[in-house]
Design a protein around this ligand. Structure first.
Ligand SMILES: *Cc1c(COP(=O)(O)O)cnc(C)c1O
Length: 434
């Protein structure tokens, strides 16, 4: 009823409004509040955009201060004080302590803008067209990014052929006993495999949209080895699971690999402001001045909050330790839940504060998400068949809200399982009677 104007005016393309059919009016930390003042714990975080919570007070303060002094808001790619401070902060907080050298390219503000730039650069550098991406990978929905995205729902909307890419099986795709890297290696080594020599490989270390599929450290190291051996650039798309989601600022750090190109967006600004970044090894910088542009490459409000988020949360290891502690809470809880319902096809997977509760019964994850919403929890599903309940709480979430959300999940799972047992027995009884 209340959503009438959205139904009347907005395209059928709208998505999340269908899962969470209320009008949200305010948000604070890990709470979302609707226009009837009902509170929801947020386990969705804007699909990983709000790692530091809604309206994070420290970031908001900087932002208001900046606006009050008439700081530059829109700056194309001109030099501004806010951008200068962001660059200095990246150097001091991210690069120097790791002894890394990367060149930064600011692109248009969405994740897919960063992926497009990364793919373009890789193709220019290697003078080859083909890019390898992985089954269940998600990299955005504009032309180039869509071509490396696996999901048929998105691909079918393109209306043109999505070319110059090859999909390889992700880690674990063919079951625990098949090493998908050896398959990829064989394809590269056999001149008659049909695989065009790729310019680059693009990969997520944990596939967010694709169902919380986790690549092992070993697999990532092997992938890097293949890239070196076969002269392909390694692009890590850290748009969803970077910015601390898996426990370290970059999701691949514990693998000890050094991607040639890294894409960041979603939680980079820290405040939900649009901002994207491509980082690449300095020797790859063959861009001609102005050869790739974008009106909104200089969201200075985002530079202000992004710099402050880096300083505040990533200058030392304290915050990373907190994320690890919360990971254990979530993981223990989910594993207990799985063990409480043996034989129902539940399992858990994830890394850091992206965890998936996998439900093999058709439609169950969606039902649990709906039930959870009624009980005051915002949580989405992911995976090829929406079979994974995806937990993405803010990294800053208070323990009470974290536990409250986990309790809602547990109650919702119990509720949906008892309903399905009930309807299954009704079906059985019906058959017998027929
Ligand atoms: C969300 C996402 C993108 C696309 O970002 P948009 O801002 O939606 O364009 C790309 N890659 C990954 C891994 C993502 O999760």
């Amino acid at each position: 009823m209340k959503l009438k104007i959205f139904d009347r005016m907005e395209s059928e393309v709208r998505g999340y409004i269908r899962s969470f059919p209320v009008i949200f009016s305010q948000a604070r930390g890990s709470l979302l509040i609707d226009d009837t003042n009902k509170e929801y714990v947020d386990f969705f975080s804007g699909a990983g955009t709000l790692n530091y919570g809604h309206n994070n007070p420290a970031l908001k303060e900087r932002l208001i201060e900046y606006l009050n002094t008439d700081g530059i808001v829109h700056g194309l790619d001109m030099a501004t004080e806010a951008k200068k401070y962001f660059l200095e902060t990246v150097e001091r907080v991210l690069l120097k302590p790791r002894n890394w050298r990367y060149t930064l390219q600011f692109t248009g503000p969405t994740g897919t803008n960063a992926v497009e730039a990364a793919l373009k650069l890789a193709r220019q550098v290697k003078g080859r067209q083909n890019i390898v991406s992985f089954t269940h990978g998600f990299h955005g929905v504009s032309g180039g990014s869509l071509a490396v995205t696996a999901n048929a729902k998105f691909r079918n909307a393109a209306g043109v052929a999505l070319a110059n890419t090859t999909f390889m099986p992700f880690d674990g795709y063919l079951g625990p006993d098949v090493d998908t890297i050896s398959y990829f290696e064989r394809m590269l080594e056999d001149p008659s495999s049909g695989l065009d020599h790729p310019a680059a490989v693009i990969v997520e270390t944990v596939q967010g949209e694709g169902g919380v599929n986790v690549a092992t450290w070993r697999w990532l190291r092997e992938l890097e080895r293949l890239c070196r051996k076969h002269d392909m650039l390694l692009i890590v798309d850290d748009i969803q699971v970077g910015c601390g989601r898996t426990g370290s600022f970059f999701s691949f750090e514990n693998a000890g690999i050094q991607p040639d190109i890294i894409t960041l967006s979603k939680s980079l600004s820290g405040f939900g402001l649009p901002m994207s970044l491509v980082m690449f090894k300095p020797e790859l910088d063959i861009w001609k001045p102005g050869a790739h542009s974008g009106t909104f490459r200089g969201n200075n409000l985002a530079f202000v909050t992004a710099a402050h988020a880096l300083e505040r949360y990533w200058s030392d290891d304290i915050f990373a330790g907190e994320v690890a502690r919360k990971e254990r809470i979530v993981r223990d809880w989910l594993e207990n839940l799985v063990h409480s319902y043996p034989g129902t096809g539940l399992s858990v997977r994830g890394r850091g504060l992206i965890q998936g509760l996998v439900m093999n019964q058709e439609g169950m994850a969606g039902r649990v998400s709906q039930e959870a919403f009624l009980q005051g929890l915002v949580i989405e599903t992911s995976g090829a068949n929406d079979e994974v309940l995806k937990l993405l709480p803010a990294l800053t979430i208070e323990d009470t809200y974290l536990l409250q959300g986990l309790e809602v999940i547990e109650r919702s799972v119990a509720q949906v399982l008892s309903e399905s047992r009930h309807s299954a027995s009704v079906v059985r009884l019906g058959r017998k009677a027929g």
